[in-house]
Design a binder for this molecule. Structure first.
Ligand code: GDP
Ligand code: ZN
Length: 305
């Protein structure tokens, strides 16, 4: 429009990240952003202050204080997965089968970050495996994680009616193993998602076929501050930063027993008179969850040395 707005200060939200290249959205306008220096400490969902450097480019000056932060696993260059989330949805399905340890890893990541976790059980139309899958998700419901049954393909209207109220006013992330129907759900909730991905991919210069980046979609029809983050992959949660204390607290079912072990610094692995191990023997804590706890404890110890 001929007006040189270079130098203009803008408040924006980071909607996609690829390496050190970010895409920010300010009042509906998308800007390609870089950090100053070699910093890579920006996450999708971050609220930022920008200085415009050209019509569609800007530099990130400041990241606002985060309410929550989810980490990615060590293998990635950027260790930050998403900022300012209020809730996390794990998508599982009647078919193909899902992995319990991945579900629990996601639950632990959510607990540690202070994010509310839910499960979505998709493909309820596959009736032959519905009863069995309901049985498999029941332990999570018993731990206090709500389970919502949907069918993205067979009952899209009902699926939207179930999910929309849950997403209103929240910043949510949808995660799931491949094949569970996460893309189908995202496309229902954000019909323009495919176009947006192509746009973002072009703006970030990720290469033609790369859609493997985390991105944020605003959901204005659900009210202000409603957003959904789509993240590819599942096994990418970084739990290495958790201390032993954080880890035992992230297993919510351990709570009644913590502080009741013989040793004040009990790690609940093989110590005598351990209240957590006793609860497992009594069938009050699932063995599978304790096995994962042991694994995570081992993994976090390894990263220290
Ligand atoms: P993603 O890998 O989790 O993103 O899963 P997709 O959304 O690509 O879905 C995987 C497959 O499951 C596709 O063939 C979908 O058509 C199918 N699918 C998704 N939702 C449903 C559903 O509710 N019922 C049934 N029967 N199939 C579904
Ligand atoms: Zn113990």
């Amino acid at each position: 429009n001929g007006i040189d707005a270079t130098g203009e200060q803008l408040q924006a939200v980071i909607i996609a990240a690829h390496g050190r290249h970010y895409l920010a959205e300010a009042d509906g306008e998308k800007l390609q952003c870089v950090t100053r220096g070699k910093k890579t400490n920006v996450a999708v969902g971050d609220q930022v202050m920008l200085t415009r450097t050209s019509a569609d480019q800007a530099v990130i000056d400041e990241i606002s204080e985060r309410r929550t932060l989810l980490y990615r696993s060590d293998q990635y260059k950027s260790k930050l997965l998403a900022a300012n989330l209020t809730q996390l949805f794990i998508v599982v399905a009647t078919e193909p089968g899902f992995a319990d340890d991945l579900v629990s890893r996601a639950l632990v990541a959510a607990e540690a970050a202070g994010i509310k976790a839910h499960l979505i059980l998709n493909k309820t139309d596959v009736v032959e495996s519905l009863a069995k899958t309901r049985e498999r998700v029941q332990p999570y419901a018993a731990l206090g994680y709500p389970v919502y049954e949907v069918s993205a393909k067979a009952q899209p209207e009902q699926t939207l009616a179930t999910l929309k109220p849950l997403l209103a006013g929240q910043s949510s992330i949808l995660i799931g193993q491949s094949g569970m129907g996460k893309s189908s759900l995202i496309n229902l909730l954000v019909p323009e998602a495919d176009i947006a991905v192509r746009e973002i991919s072009a703006a970030l210069d990720t290469g033609k076929h790369t859609t493997t980046f985390t991105r944020l979609y605003q959901l204005p029809e659900l009210g202000p501050d409603s957003a959904i983050i789509d993240s590819p992959g599942f096994q990418e949660f970084g739990l290495y930063h958790l201390s032993e204390g954080m880890l035992e607290r992230a297993f919510v079912e351990f709570a009644p027993y913590l502080g009741h072990c013989k040793f004040y610094n009990c790690r609940h692995l093989s110590e005598p008179q351990c209240a957590v191990l006793d609860a497992i023997a009594d069938g009050k804590i699932a063995k599978m969850r304790h096995t994962l706890y042991g694994q995570l404890l081992h993994e976090s110890a390894q990263t220290l040395y």
